[in-house]
Design a protein around this ligand. Structure first.
Ligand code: EPU
Length: 460
């Protein structure tokens, strides 16, 4: 299992291109299994989650590969099998995104329930209710969702849950509704840019979806959609993470390939804290002119501050002047980063639905453990800002959502080494950041026993 050794204290400085969005790429990749003909996706990041979903698609008889230009090419010619097995689905909740496309195109979906998650309770009742409203017979059998329909019928569907709408639930229902007879109206639809990106992909292939980016989405059923070439939007969560990395290290960072309007709420809070933020076209430049001030915030569905940036902003607040209250309305229990930040000297306390953060002057290096994707990002940022060498364990969480983050941060001055436990114990601290230190590749490869064609490990 890989870990990072992070030597903190160097301000990050320079230009960083942002990769394509994980949370846009995954539902689009899932939807492409239902497309007629070939889909070609540009700007799909090389992540463990993309590899995992590709493996799920292969077990469903879909051909997925990267071409020489780095495009992800997807072709689905068969109408079976329709089963997404537990062994793969349990690795990644987003596998549930195959439910709507399978039901719409193939009339049957048997998809394992994704199971537990470190960021809190994550039911899929809204997905199931939405698909049942389209006329599907939806049952739970032996840990699997079984949905069948000889035909789907347009319907009025409300996707409001106790914590707001559902992002991947909206994707599932929207994609299935492309195959329904008549009009479907989804109220309380998720407004996230990733849902809009999926709708753009579907519409380009002939679907008729309107109301994009609003909470009322209308779908005029057709015979589905064709595969097209599509460029995935930049990752707003990665962008926010990198901006916060620049600020936490007292650096000066310019991000390239961003859609600044997707980041409005995050940029607002950074400005309120006192950061310099400049937008020019598809670039954002940030630096801290002086110490930042604490500002309380609530993580909410789009266009609010994303829950996926809550941990990183909380890390930033640990170094700001004053006290802040942090509330996460989407995942009220997504605070496993707090005890690890405390190990680095942060003054953070769990409170009802959130946390209280009292700014300290500096953090100190420590061994810490990643609990989930965004918590690992927060700990990495904290370690980059702390004097000394921190060890971040379980970085496989980070590899699920950030492409070769250590290499990209190294390009702007970050000192991060990827090692195994064995390599760490054989390495003297003074050698860690020398030119002779081992350089390791992240493990993106997944072998699927049922994958068609080549059985060799495929890295996507
Ligand atoms: N919810 C329900 N019932 C449902 C579905 C959701 O009550 O049927 C609740 C959830 O428990 C949660 C809230 O509704 O409290 C929102 O969950 P949502 O369904 O929107 O989350 P998701 O679609 O499973 C996506 C992202 C997450 C991100 C959330 C919220 C993908 C692949 N995942 O998950 O991303 O946190 O939306 O924005 O798009 C991440 O990238 O680190 C990540 C966890």
């Amino acid at each position: 299992m890989d870990l990072f050794v992070i030597r903190g204290g160097t301000p990050l400085s320079g230009r960083l291109p942002v990769r394509g969005s994980k949370n846009a790429a995954l539902p689009i990749l899932a939807a492409s299994l239902a497309a007629e003909g070939e889909t070609r996706l540009a700007n799909v990041p090389a992540l463990v989650d993309v590899t995992t979903l590709s493996a799920v698609l292969r077990t469903l008889g879909v051909d997925v590969h990267r071409d020489a230009d780095g495009m992800l090419v997807v072709r689905s010619e068969s109408n079976e099998p329709c089963v997404a097995e537990y062994d793969l689905v349990r690795k990644m909740r987003a596998s549930v995104c195959v439910l709507g496309p399978l039901l719409g195109r193939r009339g049957t979906a048997r998809v394992s329930l994704p199971g537990g998650c470190n960021i809190g309770h994550r039911p899929i009742d809204l997905h199931l209710r939405g698909l049942a409203s389209l006329g599907a017979d939806v049952r739970l059998e032996h840990g699997y969702v079984v949905a069948t329909a000889s035909s789907l019928l347009g319907a009025q569907i409300d996707l409001a849950g106790p914590q707001g709408s559902t992002v991947t639930g909206t994707c599932n229902v929207m994609t299935a509704a492309c195959f329904a007879k008549g009009r479907t109206v989804i109220t309380s639809a998720a407004r996230e840019p990733e849902v809009v990106d999926l709708a753009h992909y579907l519409n380009a292939g002939g679907a008729r979806i309107s109301g994009l980016g609003t909470d009322v989405v209308e779908i005029e059923g057709t015979d589905g959609f064709a595969g097209v070439e599509h460029q995935v939007i930049p990752d707003r969560i990665e962008a926010a993470t990198l901006l916060i990395a620049g600020l936490m290290t007292g650096g000066d960072v310019t991000l390239e390939n961003v859609v600044p309007t997707h980041l409005t709420a995050v940029l607002d809070i950074l400005r309120q804290m006192g950061a310099f933020v400049e937008i020019r076209g598809a670039t954002i430049h940030v630096h801290a002119a002086g110490p930042l001030s604490s500002v309380s915030f609530v993580a909410e569905p789009y266009p609010g501050i994303p829950t996926d940036v809550q941990a990183q902003l909380t890390a930033l607040l640990t170094l700001a002047r004053g006290k802040a209250e942090v509330v996460d309305r989407v995942f009220p229990d997504r605070f496993l980063h707090l005890p690890e930040l405390a190990r680095m000297g942060a003054d953070v306390r769990r409170a009802e639905g959130g946390a209280h953060v009292f700014g300290v002057k500096s953090l100190s290096a420590a061994p810490v453990m990643a609990s989930d994707l965004r918590a690992s990002a927060a700990l990495l940022l904290a370690a980059l800002s702390a004097e000394g060498d921190s060890i971040l364990r379980r970085v496989y969480h980070l590899d699920r959502g950030y492409e070769r983050l250590e290499e990209r941060l190294a390009a702007v001055g970050g000192q991060i080494r990827r090692l195994t436990e064995a390599e760490l114990s054989n390495c003297r601290p003074e050698e860690l950041f020398s030119d002779h230190a081992p350089v390791r590749e992240p493990h993106f490869a997944v072998t699927s026993p049922k994958s068609r064609g080549s059985r060799r490990e495929q890295s996507l």
